[in-house]
Design a protein around this ligand. Sequence first.
Ligand code: AMP
Length: 112
Amino acid sequence: MNECIFCKIASGEIPTNYVYSDENVVAFNDLNPQAPVHVLVIPRQHYASSAAVDDPSVWSSLLDSAVKVARSLGLEEKGYRMVINTGEQGGQSVPHLHLHLLAGRNLGWPPG
Ligand code: AMP
């Protein structure tokens, strides 16, 4: 966990411009954006994936924060997508729970 890059972002060890932060969550722009808006929302506490979450309050803070970020960016009218990749087949590459907030273009469905 000491080597977890998202833990370092959440703790401030890696300086990052947060789009949003509170006591439970930080949000920041994705390094490799897949849409004009691509924000990652992560819990400060380390969970390797959605499958590791054992406390329902993690979901309320993560989702509530994501909606707050969407509102602050004015995304409600045109819409947005929230995605949580989990595990190998889910396409997860960073083993710290994170929610992708994507917007700013028409997003295809189904995902690849
Ligand atoms: P996932 O594939 O769902 O695990 O998503 C991981 C996301 O983290 C990818 O979209 C990466 O571009 C993004 N990412 C990895 N490292 C960083 C970083 N240091 N800062 C911002 N985004 C990152």
